[in-house]
Design a protein around this ligand. Sequence first.
Ligand SMILES: Nc1ncnc2c1ncn2[C@@H]1O[C@H](COP(=O)(O)OP(=O)(O)OP(=O)(O)O)[C@@H](O)[C@H]1O
Ligand SMILES: [Mg+2]
Length: 347
Amino acid sequence: MARNFAGIDFGTTRLRAAEVDANRQSPTILSHGSVPVPEGLISHGTVTDIDATVELLRELWSTSDIGTKNVRVGMGSTTVLIRDLVVPKSSRQRMKEALPFHVADKLPFPVDEAILDFLPVAQVEADASTVNGLLVAARAVDVHANVEAVSRAGLHVESVDVVPFATARLVAHNNVGEGGLALVDIGATATTMTVLIGGVPRFVRIVPTGGQAITERLAADLGVDLQRAELLKVRIGMTHQPASTPEKVAVDSVIHAAHELIESVRSTLQFFMNANRGITVASIRLLGGGSQLLGLKEALTAATDLPATFARPFGKLTFGPRVDEAHARAHTAEYAVALGLALRGNE
Ligand SMILES: Nc1ncnc2c1ncn2[C@@H]1O[C@H](COP(=O)(O)OP(=O)(O)OP(=O)(O)O)[C@@H](O)[C@H]1O
Ligand SMILES: [Mg+2]
């Protein structure tokens, strides 16, 4: 039986999909593709305009050579909540059934509007009476919107997974070290931070900020439209040496907004380390278009005192005959979410 799956990443700026053949010894990338997302269709990882997204999905399937209709859908919305939880030890099914009672007072939305899951994380003694893990809670209405768009586009939803676990799965292939690794995906409207210990996610935060906030700030400070601000931001980044007063205003604006983003990452990682004294985070791996801002990697390293490098998530994957390997490698980080989703069940 064919076991090819495509993962779908609902990005704010692009809809991306990647198809993986999981039959082989080493998972093989068969195809990938993306289409730009017009503003307002997808926000913070959630489909907000289902009809238009159905059309986009059809366009993506007809313009790429993705062959499968079996898809794994990602949820990366900022309303997805992933928190530490300790529950009495019992079967996985029982623990899951008991979740609403454990978490009713911990959610920012009513528990009967939530889809809940529990992921045990820490090794427990055989005679321990409790299990440490991560609670995953998503708003059902958000999950249903993404699933409905996919189903109406004629695709079969095989599974729904939270985006940080999907990327962690892919990066862990490559980076299972002793120390903790913080995976930071800076998108347009969401920044997702995942701390992996020995390749296992131990902490996740999704905050509603990203590269778009820098563009918006620049547009407001210069009084220009968002398209111009976007081009200028990409050109000057945080490191450009200004040759005129207007250029200095622009560079200062980008630096200021980028530092707000960096501070949000720094304080989140600091929070995790303060709460988990025995665990050290040794380095940062960056994903997402927002991390491409010139000078951001270095500024993040300086602010956190942790070496930040770009993630190379294609480590052990091989490339099928239809994939242009050089092109795929050049776009590695862009497809990390879609690939990580497609790989589910294959780790
Ligand atoms: N070279 C670059 N320099 C600076 N910023 C960049 C660069 N390339 C992309 N970006 C920024 O990256 C952001 C888009 O990143 P990405 O494609 O990862 O987002 P997304 O997945 O569509 O959105 P999200 O994950 O927030 O839903 C935009 O804000 C864009 O301005
Ligand atoms: Mg993204």
